[in-house]
Unconditional design. Structure first.
Length: 145
């Protein structure tokens, strides 16, 4: 029961709805910012790794076609991304960052569902959980088809 009390010693349920929604929005804002910044850092790291592993891409006009077509090969599956990450391939690192960026809205919905559950707001917990389930199913269907 202690975990449900805020700094003033009051229960979450005793706080006005506007206050609870404001703190929820602040938490989600922080999660979104951290997620986007993390994705950006991973993408930039992938670009740096690509140019470190292929320094000729920087100054050679002849290397441009290899950069466009992919000297490291095209990536068509998550397993290829995983293999490329393991081998420190820049293109796979970039793809991993982009995939993480695509997952940011899913993370937001998951965080919202957890917050609503902790606040015992069962209607919003069910709604956000249904949205989360729909997102997960769509990703799984997209991966297989």
């Amino acid at each position: 029961m202690n975990s449900m009390k805020n700094q003033t010693g009051r229960c979450e349920a005793d706080r006005p709805l506007a206050d609870r929604m404001e703190s929820l929005e602040e938490l989600i804002s922080v999660v979104l910012r951290i997620s986007v910044i993390t994705a950006l850092i991973v993408i930039v790291a992938g670009v740096v790794v690509s140019f470190v592993r292929h320094p000729d891409w920087i100054g050679s006009g002849n290397a441009l076609p290899a950069l466009k077509t992919g000297a490291e090969g095209r990536i068509h599956s998550l397993s290829q991304v995983g293999t490329g990450l393991r081998d420190y391939r820049g293109r796979s690192i970039i793809m991993g960052g982009l995939l993480f960026l695509i997952m940011v809205p899913v993370i937001r919905v998951a965080v919202s569902a957890i917050i609503f559950f902790r606040q015992r707001d069962w209607i919003y917990t069910i709604l956000t959980s249904a949205v989360l389930l729909g997102l997960i199913i769509s990703f799984l269907l997209g991966a297989t088809g």
